[in-house]
Design a protein around this ligand. Sequence first.
Ligand SMILES: [Zn+2]
Length: 109
Amino acid sequence: MTGKKKPLSARAQRREAERAAVKHVRDRERLASLEPGGSPERPIAITSASEVEVAARGMPCARCSGEVRVDEHLAETVGTSRLRIARVVCPACGARRSIYFRLGAGLPN
Ligand SMILES: [Zn+2]
């Protein structure tokens, strides 16, 4: 960073950048919730519960794109759907999220 043209204070610049970063993170997290697996309404179809952790680990952190690890693996039945929920945490930035799966892929919904 050389040659200051605008006398915008460093603090104002930093605040601006922080605001942009926060907005960016929110957008990314919102987008992630719309992706397959991001909500109970959009579970990822799987045929076996053993696929849950592999698939969950394959989805990068919604906040920093880092590698996540699976904290918990829960089973839940919603209506007639047998859902599996992987709670993942990103060791890099600490972001947590739940990824939803539906067992019994191939059956008519
Ligand atoms: Zn992260």
